[in-house]
Write a protein that binds this ligand. Structure first.
Ligand code: PLP
Length: 358
């Protein structure tokens, strides 16, 4: 089996798994304490949480704090719903549903356009009453890198807060400045079920989950030391390996472009994370392709959108027709993908596409 769906999730790093095991102890161990208990086991668990928090924070800009959540979706909800009421929330047309649907649920969403290359540029107006702008750093479907530094500047000029969904960027490229940044452990070889919101010092948020008042009153609920320790280990590893991982991915991407030379690339050639290739062949029946390539795991869009039968909102936003969007595939690769795996996968996918006569 060959896994080429790194934007959906990434394999757990062995180092992250090892860091977690200590905090999954049974009754004979010492690692099962509640990190909010004042006794010894509790304090040990709390120390593990704080050590991991430092490692997670080390990948963010200075001058902010890290709030652990159960996912990036929850972090984005806290940022969008908790940062104010009234006023418009401007979001790019290619945001993940966690941003788009949340902004729309508030009834004040304003959609920012993107170019054919998948770039959301700042030469467009935002509403006068804008209170929050959200633009993701790396797109999960087409890999395009957005001009977040420019958007941060524009948000400031409009007295709005700026939120980055950095789920696909964090641990891979430097995360740029913002007022709030949401991330998820499972996209950087950490465990599923834990995310974080980074919040710039001085920005007040309103809690969205009430209860025991954990995370400085901003996110109630007992933290999971095991998941957080895994997240911390994954973040530390990503920091250490950032250059090596990026070089590996770039080499894979170069070879993939040769292997898929007769496919059309969706999104920008240059402003992109190289671990993502969204490719199309006009006339391709992607469902048939996927069922004929069962030993290669890739996607027809985002993991959340595929299966809905709807054409991708991201591909539609960059100007593709429904037909073109539905004849596109997403290949995602990274740290643990080998050149050989990529070559075998390309052979299988190209042969199956060839059988369709496209
Ligand atoms: N934002 C982006 C860009 C994503 O790719 C994802 C996951 O696919 C999310 C948000 C949601 O992350 P989580 O799975 O942690 O809720």
């Amino acid at each position: 089996m060959i896994y080429l769906d790194y934007q959906a999730t990434t394999p757990l790093a062995p180092e992250a798994r090892d860091a977690m095991l200590r905090w999954l102890d049974g009754p004979d161990g010492t690692g099962f304490g509640n990190p909010h208990s004042p006794h010894k086991f509790g304090r040990m668990a709390a120390a593990a949480v704080e050590a991991a928090r430092d490692k997670v924070a080390a990948l963010f800009p200075p001058g902010g704090r890290v709030i652990f959540t159960g996912s990036a979706t929850e972090a984005l909800n806290l940022a969008i719903r908790g940062s104010g009421k009234g006023g418009s929330v401007s979001v790019s047309a290619i945001e993940h549903a966690a941003v788009l649907d949340t902004a729309e649920a508030l009834g004040t969403a304003h959609i920012l356009n993107v170019s054919k290359e998948g770039q959301c540029n700042t030469a467009q107006d935002v509403p006068n009453d804008v209170r929050l702008i959200a633009v993701m750093q790396v797109n999960n479907e087409i890999g395009t890198i957005q001009p977040t530094i420019d958007w941060h500047r524009k948000a400031k000029a409009n007295n709005a807060l700026f939120l980055i969904d950095a789920v696909q960027a964090y641990g891979k490229i430097e995360v740029t400045g913002a007022d709030m940044i949401a991330v998820s452990a499972h996209k950087l070889h950490g465990p599923k079920g834990v995310g974080a919101l980074w919040v710039r010092d001085g920005i007040a948020l309103e809690e969205q989950i009430t209860g025991g008042g954990q995370e400085a009153g901003l996110r109630s609920g007992t933290l999971s030391p095991a998941l957080i320790a895994g997240f911390g280990a994954a973040a530390a590893l990503a920091k250490e390996r950032m250059e090596a991982d990026a070089a590996h991915v770039e080499a894979l991407c170069g070879r993939a472009r040769e292997l898929f030379a007769d496919w059309t690339l969706n999104g920008s050639e240059d402003a992109r994370w190289h671990g993502n290739l969204n490719l199309r062949k006009d006339g391709l029946d992607v469902n048939r392709l996927m069922s004929e390539c069962r030993n290669v795991m890739f996607s027809a869009g985002s993991a959340c959108a595929s299966g809905s039968g709807r054409p991708s909102h991201v591909l539609k936003a960059i100007g593709l027709s429904d037909k073109q969007a539905k004849s596109s595939i997403r290949l995602g690769f990274g740290r643990y993908t080998t050149l050989e795996q990529l070559e075998v996968a390309a052979q299988i996918i190209n042969a199956a596409a060839g059988d369709q006569g496209v």
